[in-house]
Design a protein around this ligand. Structure first.
Ligand code: AHM
Ligand code: MG
Length: 342
């Protein structure tokens, strides 16, 4: 560490850990004989995140906000940035040469690339895009499966439980771009230094608090909730033991709500209800990656029946799931209510 000569003597960190350095070091430590394919794939991913972050940052200036005039695979209106984010992601994954299969929220069908890529990537290129025009944080969510030996790449290679993912995470595009990544042994957080063009390790080995009196849910759906869901949220708002009620925090952008939950603790839910019987969020590229990150940070993630999300075997690529995730104690408490349904 040295002191700058200009202005007040600010200590300058001269030995920073970039994402590239971090993943290379991890590979040498945990898999010295690995081919390095996953490392190269993660490198292509970080390029996609930087490119998307760049476009979101200049969106208002170059008229990228608003609707694109088309709809995605499930009929949602697509924002211009949804389309651009999707293209950036697909091109980066294709160019990496390491990806055989890609599932994107914005594409109806599974994408199969030429070549002998050994990985399948699932992603929501820009999640929470209804918030974009108001400048609220949005994010990219991703998960990675390694293809089974001898697989040539087919849909069954992505219809696998989340606990088989080899890496997952998200990038939140807010005041800064934050990348939160797990490769199955803990969670690390990186912040994009736009001057350097590098993600810097700023949140090593993130462990989430085991409890915190915060609940995060779209309460406007409570008309449609079942009795167990209503009873749980009543219990945190009107505690019978005289304790303080929980605080409510809901951004409406999953990446931002989950990011806060990881750093501060608490719980986040998008339950299934009478209107959206299977929930709103998608299991492959929203439920699984977030569940993996949350579990790796010491939390829990369950569906609306109280079952572990990572153990679900999806049958469709755009399948939905009711999501309850967060601090261990908070989700155990929620589970005690959801279990009454069974
Ligand atoms: P999207 O993938 O179309 O952006 O939808 C997912 C988003 C999540 O980010 C967020 O948790 C949820 O939808 C909010 O939904 P609602 O507006 O119904 O509360
Ligand atoms: Mg989404």
């Amino acid at each position: 560490m040295i002191n700058s000569n200009e202005g007040p003597s600010e200590p300058i960190q001269t030995d920073i850990i970039t994402l590239t350095r971090f993943i290379l070091t991890q590979q040498i430590k945990t898999a010295p004989n690995a081919t390095g394919d996953l490392t190269l794939l993660l490198n292509s991913l970080q390029f996609a995140f930087k490119f998307i972050a760049h476009n979101i940052r200049r969106a208002t200036l170059v008229n990228l906000i608003g609707l694109s005039g088309s709809a995605n695979s499930t009929g949602d209106d697509q924002k211009k940035l949804d389309v651009i984010g999707d293209e950036i992601f697909i091109n980066a994954m294709k160019a990496s040469g390491k990806v055989k299969l890609l599932v994107s929220e914005e594409q109806e069908d599974l994408i199969v690339f030429d070549g002998d890529g050994k990985y399948a990537v699932v992603c929501d290129p820009i999640d929470g895009s209804s918030n974009i025009d108001a400048g609220v944080s949005v994010g990219t969510i991703f998960g990675i499966y390694r293809l089974p030996e001898n697989s040539t790449g087919s849909i069954k290679d992505v219809l696998r439980p989340g606990h088989e993912m080899v890496a997952a995470g998200y990038t939140m595009y807010g005041a800064s771009a934050h990348l939160v990544l797990t490769t199955g042994s803990g969670v690390n957080g990186f912040t994009l230094d736009t001057a350097l063009g590098e993600f810097i390790l700023t949140h090593p080995d993130i462990r989430m608090p085991s409890a915190r009196s915060i609940y995060s849910v779209n309460e406007g759906n409570s008309l449609y909730w079942d009795a167990a869901t209503l009873a749980y949220f009543d219990s945190v708002k009107f505690p019978k033991d005289g304790s303080k009620p929980y605080s409510a925090r809901y951004i409406g952008s999953m990446v931002a709500d989950v990011h806060r939950t990881i750093l501060y603790g608490g719980m986040f839910a998008y339950p299934s209800d009478k209107k959206t019987k299977n929930g709103k969020l998608r299991i492959l590229y929203e439920g699984f990656p977030m569940a993996m990150v949350i579990e790796q940070a010491g939390g829990l993630a369950i569906d609306s029946n109280g079952n572990r999300i990572l153990d679900i075997v999806p049958t469709e690529i755009h399948q939905r799931v009711g999501v309850w995730l967060g601090s261990k104690n908070e989700i155990q408490k929620a589970k005690s209510f959801l279990d009454r349904k069974n």
